[in-house]
Design a protein around this ligand. Structure first.
Ligand code: NAP
Length: 290
């Protein structure tokens, strides 16, 4: 397959992923709901802006999607369906439910195309550096055809099983992210209460057993009271609601997720568009940021 790639959804993740595809010479065109974002990026990358999502499908045989939530993915799939041809592969990088992945795959297959759920992890830093971890659900032969595209945006590509297995794996990832956010924000608020120099705390503990990606990347900004996304709180809230629903269906409990959803609920109104590290505001209330 000679991939002609189109990218739909040029947000915090989609824009740098599209940029890496352009640098590799694979990106043909882009589309974004807010047209100005598409025009700015397309100008920078010297690619076309499609007038509609179906316009992307007409010129591309690989269509990557990275939009916010379940209904957005299904709306985009409906919008591209008219342009899908027999060899088209639709790759959804958004984080959505397993059920949405299955519904999206059915819609794409009804139009003769193939579908992969391929959610990603690694943050905007991973998207920029093309080092994303990609968890894929779908037919193995479809993944093999899409692999040259995925290898441009990620450094670890794992086939997890049939359609939906990528999103199920991503749900596991999001539970881990909730726990890490809870641990890092709570520990740093504790360090603040102890009067420690938090920059030095982050530096030294990052080198030991408690070191982790989130502490290293978001610790220094949260203790300075800076919460630019990154990963928006309202998106992680959406993911954790998916995890909660899946847990109920499976008959297991996820107390960490329940607690984090309650915490996020308190922040959604004023801070939902901030990075998930804004949880630090709850852990360190009423105190000046260090
Ligand atoms: P974002 O910056 O908020 O961007 C969202 C994108 O989706 C925008 O391009 C937006 O268009 C588009 N969109 C939303 N609703 C749409 C609709 N109904 N029709 C068409 N386009 C629509 O979000 P992001 O951080 O890039 O995240 C995108 C996805 O990746 C989410 O599912 C998120 O959970 C997942 N994710 C995020 C991260 C992260 O660290 N940020 C990491 C891994 C996975 P407009 O420009 O018009 O608003």
């Amino acid at each position: 397959m000679n991939p002609r790639v189109g990218f739909i959804g040029l947000g915090a993740m989609g824009a740098p992923m599209a940029e890496n595809l352009a640098k590799a010479g694979l990106l043909q065109c882009v589309w974004n709901r807010t047209p100005s974002k598409a025009q700015t990026l397309a100008g920078k990358l010297s690619v076309e802006v499609a007038a509609t999502p179906a316009g992307v499908a007409k010129v591309c045989n690989v269509i990557c999607i990275c939009v916010s939530e379940d209904r957005d993915v299904l709306a985009v799939i409906d919008a591209i369906s008219l342009g899908i041809e027999a060899d088209t592969i639709v790759i959804d990088h958004s984080t959505v439910s397993v059920n949405t992945a299955v519904a999206a795959a059915e819609k794409v297959r009804d139009h003769g195309g193939e579908f992969l759920d391929a959610p990603v992890s690694g943050g905007v830093e991973g998207a920029r550096a093309a080092t994303l971890a990609i968890m894929v659900g779908g037919k193995p032969e479809t993944l093999e055809r899409a692999r040259p595209v995925l290898e441009i945006v990620g450094s670890r590509i794992a086939h997890m099983g049939d359609t939906g297995a990528g999103q199920a794996t991503k749900a596991v990832n999001q539970v881990l992210c909730a726990g890490i956010n809870q641990a890092v924000t709570e520990a740093l608020a504790f360090g603040h209460a102890l009067g420690l120099d938090l920059e030095k705390v982050i530096d030294v503990v990052s080198q030991g057993a408690a070191g982790n990606w989130f502490l290293e990347k978001r610790g220094p900004t949260m203790v300075r009271g800076r919460f630019e996304p990154g990963f928006k709180l309202n998106l992680h809230h959406k993911d954790l609601r998916i995890c909660q629903a899946m847990a109920r269906e499976t008959g297991i409990s996820l107390p960490l997720v329940d607690t984090t959803l309650k915490d996020y609920q308190k922040l959604l109104g004023d801070h939902g568009e901030e990075d998930i590290s804004t949880l630090y505001r709850l852990k360190n209330p009423g105190k000046p940021m260090a």
